[in-house]
Design a protein around this ligand. Structure first.
Ligand SMILES: O=P(O)(O)OC[C@H]1O[C@H](O)[C@H](O)[C@@H](O)[C@@H]1O
Length: 305
């Protein structure tokens, strides 16, 4: 998937701020350093892989050392885009988990410096013969990313067809954590969740207090607030999460057995990340009328504890 990096730099490069380079697996990466933050973004999958605000000791995001960086496969870490379905194939016709957008090359359509010094980039994905084979609908999908003192991303779906579209989707963020057994996820107390962990049988439970990790966590929270946070006493930081157009949140940590069963995770990787995913799923299915559009937004900020 290597492309002409010089041509990309000539067309989209911002001298001293944004450039292109060959990264893991030979994939082309966008490297940003604008004084407010650094970031690494893969046009393959439209996936943010690294974000570190100026002065931060640790990256916001986790990427597994065993992650695949191969065309046609998902990258385990950063912020995968789950679209046009989140979770298992809704038609149970054998298509993969979390849709196909995270396994396709996206088209870079814009890079610019903003007045506040942040950097904005935009990726596009549109239907083609390959996508229509998997999902027979015309669409335009675009992802706008702003890298500054905060990191924000907005995914917009436009229904380019003549019939309503029904989608589920997610920004499947892998947050780097010092020790998963010592973190708390705050803001979900009182929210109902569907327990998807092994053996939980989709039980419906009401969260009582902060979310902690002492085993496999795989939960779909409903009617969640727009502001959540992750407290990490080991890295000495709080990660603040602000969302828009989403009332559902997935919290996932595979713990020991599931991490061991996944080829693209190291056995002890479960200690180093938590996924707090901004999603529309379960009862929150998005219906988009012909020529209509829908958005999903998340932004992240790091505070020192
Ligand atoms: O391994 P992936 O296909 O990237 O999925 C990773 C995980 O994503 C979500 O968090 C789901 O709730 C989990 O059930 C799934 O295992």
């Amino acid at each position: 998937m290597t492309v002409n990096i010089d041509a990309l730099n000539a067309e989209f490069g911002i001298p001293g701020t944004l450039g292109f380079a060959e990264g893991r697996g030979g994939l082309t990466m966008i490297e940003i350093d604008n004084g407010l933050a650094t970031a690494t973004i893969s046009p393959y999958a439209g996936q943010i892989l690294s974000y570190r605000p100026a002065g931060a000791a640790d990256d916001l995001l986790f990427v597994s050392e065993r992650a695949w960086f191969e065309p046609g496969r998902e990258i385990k870490g950063g912020i995968p885009i789950c679209w046009p379905w989140f979770g298992p194939d809704p038609t149970a016709s054998g298509r993969g988990l979390h849709g196909f957008a995270r396994m396709l090359p996206w088209t870079l359509s814009g890079c610019e410096s903003l007045p506040d010094g942040a950097t904005r980039i935009r990726f596009d994905l549109a239907d083609n013969a390959e996508t229509r084979d998997i999902w027979p609908h015309p669409f335009n999908l675009w992802l706008e990313i702003e890298v500054g003192a905060t990191l924000s991303l907005t995914l917009t779906t436009r229904n380019a067809g003549e019939t309503p579209l029904r989608i589920t989707q997610g920004l499947h963020t892998y947050f780097r954590i010092g020790d998963a057994t010592r973190l708390t996820v705050n803001g979900l107390s009182g929210c109902r969740y569907i327990d998807k962990a092994a053996g939980a049988g989709d039980a419906i439970i009401v969260q009582d207090g902060p979310v902690t990790v002492a085993g496999e966590v795989n939960r779909i929270y409903e009617a969640v607030p727009a502001s959540l946070s992750i407290e990490d006493p080991v890295l000495g930081r709080r990660i603040c999460i602000e969302t828009q157009h989403s009332r559902t949140c997935v919290v996932w940590n595979p713990w020991i057995a599931t991490a061991r069963a996944m080829d693209d995770l190291d056995d002890d990787d479960y200690q180093r990340f938590i996924c707090v995913e901004t999603v529309n799923t379960a009862s929150e299915v998005i219906e988009i009328p012909p020529q209509g559009s829908a958005r999903l937004t998340a932004s992240y900020r790091i505070e020192t504890l």
